[in-house]
Each structure stands twice: as C-alpha cells, then as structure tokens.
Design a protein around this ligand. Structure first.
Ligand code: FE2
Ligand code: FE2
Length: 347
C-alpha cells in the first residue's frame, strides 16, 4: 500500500475514492489524485488495487500482465511435449514440476490482472482470439530432449533477467507475484543448465545435441527482451511509471554478459562470431539480431503459432466441465452459508 503520507501531501482524503470529486478546494479533483499518484511513484511507494491510478497506467499494466500470464501458460506446451519422453524418472519428475510451476505463474498473474478490474475469462478470450499476445519465443518447436535444457538455461534465464527488476514494479500485486515467480524461475534456469551440462559431458552425440539446441535457442532468447530501445513503443512511459526499471537493450546486454561465462563452463559455444568482450564498454559486443524474423513470428508466421493457439483453445474447451463444476461447488457452499450452514447441501 502506498503510505498515507504521500496522499496527504497531495491533499486527497483517501486513495480509495476513485470519482475524483474529493480534491482540495480550488483544485479539480482529478489533478489532486494525479499528484498523489505521481508523488507515490516518485517516492517508490506501491500503488495498490483500490488506489486511484491514471487510466493509461491501468491499461498498460493489464496489457503487460496479461501478456506475461499468457506467456506462462502457452510456455507449458513446448516442454510438456517431452514429459512422456524424458530419459529417466528423475528427469520426468523435474520436468513435470517445472511445467506445473509455469501453470502456477499464469494463475498468480491472471489474479494480479483481476485486481485491475479485468476478468480472467476476458483475458483468455483475448488470447484465444489473437487480440492479446504471448512471448514469441514459444512459437519455436522443441525438436530434441536437449531443447528442454536450452529452454531452461536460456529462456528461463532471460525471463529472470527481465523479471527480477519487476519485483520492484510500482504496482503492488504484480511486484509481489514476481517475487515468488523469480524464485521458481531460478530453479528452472538451473535445471536447464544442469541438463545441458550432463549432455555436454556425455557421448559425442549428446554433446552435439546440446550444441544444436543452444544454436537454435540463442537468438530467439535475445529477442525476448523486445525491440531495440529506439523502436520500443511503450518503454519510456513504462519507465516513468516505474513499471519497467531498465531498458530492453540494457537487460539484453546484462543477459549476454551472464551467459558467456556460463556457456564456457558448459563446454558449449554461442552461435555468434561477433561475440567478444569490449574492455572499453565493460560489456560483450554481439552480432546483429534478425528483427525481421522477430516481427514475422510476432505476426503469427512462426513455426508453431497456429499449433500453440489451437492446442490452447482445445485445452480450454475440454476444461469447461471443470470450470462449471468449480462454479457449482462454490455456489453450493455460498448457499449453505446463507441457509445457516446446516450441512445439508454440502457435498
Ligand atoms: Fe514462469
Ligand atoms: Fe520458468
């Protein structure tokens, strides 16, 4: 909760009143609320669901949190493909736990979006009809078992780099959801690294399989940070609102710097001949990213776009009876509570 101090500074009686009519004399109500909001953001306080917030701030958060939630649940698909084919019971158990974690991340995030006044049903409908996006990385196929390792190391690794700063995001429910998500993501990253290490130190065929997976996932994982800063439409405003704390290019650089020594320890190479340490900048230089490919995948022309959405729609339709049963169960309990809780209607 943003502290009362910031609200009082701006003269608003309560952040919870959203009609903007209660501003101080001589001031339009909305201006006072806007100033209280700006002061809270400037003071690094959290904005909470019942606080007043600009419409555009709310809309930006809904768009970002929804896209994040959709990415978590669509991201279950490429790896779930390998649960039945995992090479050992241990690997199967780890992968199942990981894929279940991603479902949980989706739930936290849909719940965070609901605090902004959007229903989960509405968001899923937008995903299924293509009106909202998910991360384009999940439109690439998982061709071999080593892809599970490359996804954990690189895709979950990129996700952590993106999401750790979101733990300090100005919107409270999103920031708090990220704390737990990041802890789980770091387990995902390590399981991917450990899987690749086992393959890299295995037979020559296993080593080649690990290298091939890294070759295919490296560039798409760099694209996960979004377009370059000078082409990123929403970045500046999101940074001013402290939803976003670092620019796309800054996070991408950080990720590359983290991955280079890890690739060396893995005994694998990153597929970029231009990758080298730049003493002057204190970062690695890397080759140009194929943004044409990124835009094509985003437009729906990636290798798996259609398959991902049709499987998602099918899973949603097949789960209709579960949602109906849960709603009926909840209604029954509410009914039992109202009738004095005799227990007669309890299942
Ligand atoms: Fe996740
Ligand atoms: Fe993950």
């Amino acid at each position: 909760m943003a502290t009362a101090a910031a609200h009082q500074t701006a003269g608003t009686p309560a952040y919870g009143a959203q009609d903007g009519t209660a501003g101080p004399a001589g001031d339009t109500g909305t201006d006072a609320y806007q100033r209280a909001f700006d002061a809270a953001v400037a003071a690094d306080e959290r904005i909470e669901p019942r606080d007043w917030m600009p419409d555009a701030y709310r809309a930006t958060l809904v768009r970002q949190i929804a896209q994040h939630a959709h990415s978590e649940i669509i991201g279950m698909q490429p790896e779930a493909n390998w649960i039945t084919r995992a090479p050992s019971l241990r690997r199967k158990a780890i992968l199942m736990a990981k894929v279940q974690d991603e479902a949980g991340h989706g739930l936290y995030l849909y719940s965070a979006a609901e605090t902004l006044g959007t229903s989960r049903e509405e968001l899923l409908d937008k995903l299924h009809s293509g009106r909202q996006k998910y991360s384009s990385i999940f439109n690439y196929p998982t061709l071999t078992w080593a892809d599970v390792g490359a996804i954990g190391w690189l895709v979950d690794g990129a996700a952590i780099t993106n999401q750790v700063p979101l733990c300090r995001c100005s919107y409270g429910p999103y920031a708090r959801a990220m704390v737990r998500v990041c802890k789980e993501e770091s387990f995902h990253q390590r399981q991917g690294y450990e899987l690749l290490l086992a393959l890299s130190r295995g037979t020559p065929e296993q080593h080649a399989m690990a290298q091939d997976a890294v070759n295919r996932w490296w560039w798409p994982s760099l694209m996960m940070f979004g377009p370059p800063d000078d082409e990123s439409a929403h970045s500046a405003q999101s940074m001013a609102w402290k939803i976003k704390r670092h620019s796309n290019d800054e996070l991408r650089r950080r990720f590359v710097d983290i991955c280079v020594p890890q690739a060396e320890s893995l005994g694998l190479t990153l597929p970029d001949p231009d990758l080298k340490w730049n003493e002057e900048r204190g970062h690695h230089d890397f080759g140009p990213i194929d943004w044409t490919e990124f835009r094509e995948v985003l437009k729906g022309n990636g290798p798996c776009n259609e398959q991902r959405i049709s499987q998602r729609r099918q899973a949603h339709d097949e789960g209709a009876w579960v949602r109906e049963a849960a709603a009926a169960h909840a209604a029954k309990h509410t009914g039992a509570g109202r009738s004095g809780g005799t227990g007669a209607t309890r299942s």
